[in-house]
Design a protein around this ligand. Structure first.
Ligand SMILES: C[S@@+](CC[C@H](N)C(=O)[O-])C[C@H]1O[C@@H](n2cnc3c(N)ncnc32)[C@H](O)[C@@H]1O
Length: 342
């Protein structure tokens, strides 16, 4: 999928965290390391994307900008150009499209051939105490469903919005144009295939990112070999980065109990751990999963079912827990059961 007009990498990384092949594109280089086309999106629109989310500039289109049209006539030509770009994105030959912008003025709507937005969303629907009407023009995508409604009257600056890339001294326009993390997360959760098997990969917080990435690929390939659905494997680190709201226990329980806002299905179908000893956080997550009778598997080149998590040293928060496997193993998927039967 393509995220057009994005330098921050926020929407791109929310989709990548879910296991999708996502790339951002902007005239600026990307502020967060990741796949990025540094150049005009016009050059890559026909690369065969399934989904595009676009954040074109709003300078000449917003309601607040309409007053300047009457004092600065040069803005009419700029408005025409901005609307041509907006139309180009909206009419791209891509199956599913979302174009995002603030509320447009009537001259802009006319130049968008009268096409009004499909939905207006607010940051406070997605966990940020802010009011900022944001319009979405949607093609073959369902409207976003709120995921975490919070108090919208708070005037406090929402600094979680700016981590980890930005400091207060960064360019103001950049800060103001960032996609809210909760919105990016909702897009990634709600606009991807419902049929995919979603796997939570529990690993230690200190694990080397390269080894986490390679184990994630192994797990994904091993499961994909067994079933016909798509497989999305989300490492704990990615989930934590997106969903931690200041309290460890709430996050750990949420990994197991969180549900997709559209389908109401649990966000993860399966929990996988790849180390026999683990820390408190992994132990808590897997403990909740086992209590709720959710499938938990150990991966060491093959899958084996986890029966329980035992405490070996309560004072050792990083390695004081042992992952115990069932003596009699059941296969992970039916196909495996068939293999065994043959
Ligand atoms: C309002 S900002 C969107 C920022 C975005 N929400 C993010 O989090 O990075 C609009 C962006 O569109 C980019 N842009 C403008 N024209 C473009 C083009 N032809 N191709 C790619 N990006 C373009 C600008 O460089 C700018 O960064």
């Amino acid at each position: 999928m393509l995220v057009a007009c994005e330098f921050s990498g926020r929407v791109r990384d929310a989709f990548r965290a879910q296991g999708h092949d996502a790339m951002s594109c902007d005239l600026f280089p990307t502020d967060a390391e990741g796949p990025h086309y540094h150049g005009p999106v016009e050059e890559i629109l026909d690369w065969g994307w399934d989904l595009m989310i676009a954040h074109p500039p709003c300078t000449y289109l917003t309601n607040t900008a309409s007053q300047y049209l009457h004092t600065d006539p040069s803005r009419w030509a700029k408005l025409d150009k901005a609307c041509d770009f907006f139309n180009l994105l909206l009419d791209a030959n891509i199956h599913s499209i979302c174009v995002e912008n603030p509320v447009p003025h009537k001259y802009a709507v006319k130049r968008l051939h009268g096409r009004r937005y499909t939905q207006v969303i607010q940051p406070w629907w997605f966990g940020h105490s802010k009011t900022k009407a944001t319009c979405l023009w949607l093609k073959n995508l369902p409207p976003l469903v709120p995921t975490n409604i919070v108090n919208k009257r708070s005037d406090e600056e929402d600094w979680t919005q700016y981590r980890p890339v930005y400091t207060p001294s960064a360019d103001r326009w950049k800060l103001r144009s960032l996609t809210y993390l909760g919105v990016a997360q909702a897009m990634a959760e709600q606009w991807t295939q419902e049929s995919a098997v979603r796997v939570f990969y529990a690993h230690a917080s200190g694990d080397d990112p390269k080894s986490v990435a390679s184990t994630r690929t192994e797990i994904k390939e091993a499961i994909a070999n067994k079933i016909s659905s798509d497989v999305l494997v989300v490492p704990g680190r990615d989930d934590h980065q997106r969903n931690w709201r200041g309290d460890w226990e709430t996050w750990q329980e949420g990994v197991v109990t969180r549900r997709n806002a559209v389908t109401s299905k649990p966000v993860y179908d399966l929990f996988v751990v790849a180390s026999t000893t683990c820390g408190r956080s992994t132990a808590n997550i897997l403990g909740v999963a086992l209590t709720m009778k959710r499938p938990v598997f150990f991966w060491d080149g093959k899958f084996s079912k986890v029966e329980s998590i035992k405490v070996t040293d309560p004072d050792d928060w990083t390695g004081g827990f042992r992952v115990c496997r069932e003596a009699e193993q059941v296969p992970l998927f039916d196909e495996e059961a068939n293999d065994h039967a043959q």
